[in-house]
Design a protein around this ligand. Structure first.
Ligand code: PMP
Ligand code: GLU
Length: 435
């Protein structure tokens, strides 16, 4: 069933109505969303697309279950295990009977540890009542959108953006406003480009740096320039998603919320999933102006109560550890892999890459292959490109449409070196068959 989504593209100055099949072609093939079930569920659900990252991960698992040797580079999660000292803290929490509900925004000792982390790592000053921990940064983002957006409120999304941003905004009845960027500017948007997208309805600017999916890292100067522009618009709030903070190959991470004019207008989102290899523990958090923290607390109190008490104790231990000791080796491994994968991709005809400065993704432009065919399969867009490679050589990654850049694909390099090399070899051979 086709659903229409309102999307605004300020650069082309047009409001587009995209269907779910245009936006998320994977959605069209999903057996879960057949016509019969779509008539029963809410309009809200029908407006929502399945997460493109999770859909691709599901399809890879299905092919694997059929016996195919799939190399899944679709899901963004470290391939490392959670460090032992964090696991020990969780075991102790079980022994100590952390088996009860905790306060909605998290155990006081965890919130205090997060206050320490924000000050130590980011120079951000919060009190414990400005911290809300949630079931992953994904829930933190949802809490913020549900707390702040009224129907029709617009949210500026520099492209490319993480897949779930647009869907969470729509769930909160807001309108995602894409602000395009290009590979030639390292996928960065300028204050002028952002300003041109602002209207009286603009409520939020939401971005990640380091960016999922492009690996782009905004510098201090660039963020200060954006903040300067935003000073003219006191009703716009910023959601700074810093979940890849520790996987940053530049000089250092800079937090938007440290800029004095942004302090009362910035929600800093972070969590333990990426830097501490704890995706399955489900702990994310915000540091926010008190009234926003209170609003998120209220929403969360009706939805999940709080995240798991044992995971909270593990996260507390992670937050109090020296991040350099925990993350340095992992970061070095990611950097080595980034260089390896860029080297391989740059040797494939027609593929164009930026040099990601953080996270663990590359986001190449593959539009050179649009309009080509191997005689049986035609490649007309990034989704065809991904499905062609998945079905013919069993390498999975995610089409850029869901991230706001339909000429690109996202490849996660959070996988073992030999798997990455094998995947690159398969892709190169398979693409050579297209003309
Ligand atoms: N923000 C970004 C940019 C992400 O890539 C992710 C997914 N890993 C999240 C937020 C959510 O992270 P989690 O819910 O695992 O804490
Ligand atoms: N954030 C990760 C990704 O982008 C995990 C999957 C998800 O939560 O969407 O792949």
């Amino acid at each position: 069933m086709l659903q229409n989504y309102k999307f605004i593209n300020r650069k082309q100055n047009q409001t587009t109505s995209k269907t779910n099949q245009q936006l998320f072609p994977i959605f069209a093939t999903s057996k879960k969303y057949n016509k019969k079930s779509m008539t029963k569920v809410s309009d809200r659900l029908n407006r929502l697309a399945e997460s493109a990252t999770l859909a691709m991960a599901r399809m890879s698992r299905e092919l694997k279950a059929k016996g195919h040797d799939v190399i899944a580079l679709s899901l963004g999660e470290p391939d490392f295990d959670t460090p032992d000292f964090i696991k020990e803290a969780a075991k102790k929490a079980i022994e100590d009977n952390y088996s009860h509900y905790t306060p909605v925004p998290g155990l006081p000792e965890l919130r205090n540890a997060i206050v320490t982390k924000f000050k130590r790592d980011n120079n951000l000053e919060f009190t414990a009542d400005q911290i809300v921990t949630s079931t992953g940064a994904k829930q933190s983002l949802a809490n913020v959108c549900l707390s702040l957006l009224n129907p029709g409120d617009e949210v500026l999304l520099p492209c490319p953006y993480w897949v779930s941003y647009a869907e969470i905004i729509k769930l909160a009845e807001g309108v995602p406003v894409e602000v395009p960027s290009s590979i030639d500017s390292d996928f960065k948007v300028t204050p002028e480009e952002l300003e041109a997208a602002i209207t009286p309805n603009t409520k939020l600017l939401m971005f990640s740096s380091p960016c999922n999916p492009s690996g782009t890292v905004y510098t201090k100067d660039e963020l200060e320039a954006i903040a300067k522009m935003l000073e003219k618009y006191p009703n716009i709030y910023v959601v700074a998603d810093e979940i890849y903070e520790h996987i940053n190959f530049t000089e250092g991470h800079f937090s938007m919320g440290t800029i004095p004019s942004m302090k009362e207008r910035t929600v800093t989102v972070n969590g333990v999933s990426k830097g501490y290899a704890m995706t399955g523990w489900r702990v994310g958090f915000i540091g926010a102006p008190l009234w926003i923290a209170k609003a998120c607390n209220k929403i969360q109190g009706q939805i999940t109560s709080a995240t798991c008490a044992i995971a909270q104790k593990a996260a507390e231990t992670a937050m109090l550890a020296n991040p350099k000791e925990v993350t340095t080796d992992m970061k070095a491994t990611f950097l080595k892999r980034r260089d390896m994968i860029l080297n391989e991709l740059n040797n494939i005809e027609g593929i164009k890459c930026n040099i990601p400065q953080g996270a663990f993704y590359v986001f190449p432009d593959v539009s050179y292959y649009f309009g080509k065919s191997d005689g049986t399969t035609n490649i007309n867009n990034a989704n065809d490109f991904c499905m062609y490679l998945l079905n013919s050589c069993y390498v999975a990654f995610v089409a850029g449409d869901a991230f706001g850049n339909p000429e690109c694909v996202r490849i996660s390099y959070a996988a073992a070196d030999d798997k990455l090399m094998e995947a690159m070899g398969r892709i190169k051979n398979q693409l050579a068959k297209l003309s």
